[in-house]
Design a protein around this ligand. Sequence first.
Ligand SMILES: Nc1ncnc2c1ncn2[C@@H]1O[C@H](COP(=O)(O)OP(=O)(O)OP(=O)(O)O)[C@@H](O)[C@H]1O
Ligand SMILES: [Mg+2]
Length: 244
Amino acid sequence: MGRSKILSGITGLDKMLNGGIPKSNQLVIAGGPGTGKTLLCLEYLYRGALGGETSIMFSLEEETELLVENMKEAFPGFTEIDRLMAEGKLVIKGMDQASSLIQKDKKGNIFAFTTTITDIEEMIVEAGAHRVAIDSISIMKMFVKDPFEYRGVSTSLVAMLRRQGITALLTMEIETSDKSRLVFEPEFFIYDGIVILYLSGGNEENRVPSIEIIKMRGTQHSFSTVPYEITSDGINLLLIPHKE
Ligand SMILES: Nc1ncnc2c1ncn2[C@@H]1O[C@H](COP(=O)(O)OP(=O)(O)OP(=O)(O)O)[C@@H](O)[C@H]1O
Ligand SMILES: [Mg+2]
């Protein structure tokens, strides 16, 4: 029957994934600046929390308060944010709360980042989380500069998340927002799924955001590059009905 799946809750994405994300998959959401990586993570967690799954955001780039504010601003239709946060179903750890994690790693010490992974694991266990987003894992690359060590740290992070039964979205900054110039990062091999957000197409004056699933272990999926819009009720993939 195949692996059990969880619904991302993002309109159109579960259809592209032939029913959802295989449980315990570790996904990279890669894209250029402003493509919607953070908002996509927040919607995934919000939808999960609404459905009763405890969900945690680890932002290594933004303050908790600002992150929540931005989410409410972008998605006025997400009316349950405060309640879910108060109930501990939606946990937002911005860099002010998660900063102890990265401060330890100022020297780019691989052992320090291993400690960070342990700290993240403790918070996951404490909250009883099923869904996690880490925004962004590109931060790790700043601390662990040696490519071999970086791959080792990435592998340990993925192993920890799998061990905890987490289905995670991990954001990654890539240089280009243009599909024709996409470069496959060597660490793409480590993760179960690779999803790319582009900001291209259209013409020079009119950039169109679009999403592509490069790989997804454990399920069939669409290989189409699908435009999307950020609406007040969430991200909306504009699937062409007759191409389903
Ligand atoms: N209130 C809003 N209404 C509509 N679109 C919005 C709103 N707020 C943000 N956006 C869109 O979402 C984009 C930002 O999304 P997000 O912060 O998720 O991007 P990102 O990929 O995480 O960027 P970065 O690489 O800078 O972290 C904005 O550039 C804008 O296009
Ligand atoms: Mg972001």
